[in-house]
Design a protein. Structure first.
Length: 203
């Protein structure tokens, strides 16, 4: 690849949902790891120096874009503004999988549901219903769990009050590569968070 390194890194990181390691970025861009590492640190410094509303962080062994904490109020207002409709069926099913399989990676949720869940997971993260909880030791994938806000909206004192549905959720290795229909979900009519739309690949 002959494109400039920094813009290429920005483009790749912009579409990533999980921290990208320097080794992986070097591989896909066909550049030396040292050059990639240097460019990433330069980008991070440039964003800070220019006072951008986002920053590039090295976290969990990889690089990822984050909004700056001082703009959290603006981001929250944007995400929550006017969002009063209920979650879609796809979002409810994804939330159910996280609730019963947590901590669980995004790829495992997708395997259980049989569809790509990236868009729905972003929605649940934005609504504050799920959150990050470390990484999977074997793969480095981010693990997700439900939040206190989820318990609040569900009217639960703890996860032990969830309905006994866990035995009916299939293991990822049983459904991987297959379309999964009828994944158990639960009644969340009281949820007033919104899913404004699923990922085009989620159906």
């Amino acid at each position: 690849m002959n494109e400039p390194l920094k813009p290429a890194l920005e483009a790749v990181l912009m579409v990533g949902d999980e921290p990208a390691t320097e080794e992986h970025l070097a591989k896909i861009l066909g550049r030396p790891r040292r050059a990639v590492a240097g460019a990433l640190r330069e980008l991070a410094d440039e964003y800070t120096r220019d006072g951008r509303g986002f920053e590039l962080r090295l976290i969990a062994g990889g690089w990822r874009y984050y909004t700056r904490p001082e703009y959290a109020e603006a981001v929250e207002s944007f995400v929550l503004d006017g969002q009063q409709a209920r979650l879609t069926q796809a979002a409810l099913e994804t939330l159910a999988v996280v609730a019963y399989r947590q901590p669980v990676s995004r790829s495992r949720v997708s395997a259980i549901r049989g569809v790509n869940c990236d868009g729905v997971m972003r929605t649940l993260l934005q609504r504050g219903l799920v959150g990050e909880a470390g990484t999977e030791p074997e793969t480095g994938a981010i693990l997700y769990v439900t939040t206190h806000y989820f318990l609040e909206r569900m009217g639960l004192r703890g996860l032990d009050e969830l309905p006994e549905l866990a035995p009916f959720l299939p293991e990822a290795d049983q459904v991987e590569g297959e379309s999964q229909e009828g994944v158990p979900s639960f009644d969340v009519d009281d949820l007033d968070a919104t899913d404004s739309g699923d990922s085009p690949t989620d159906h």
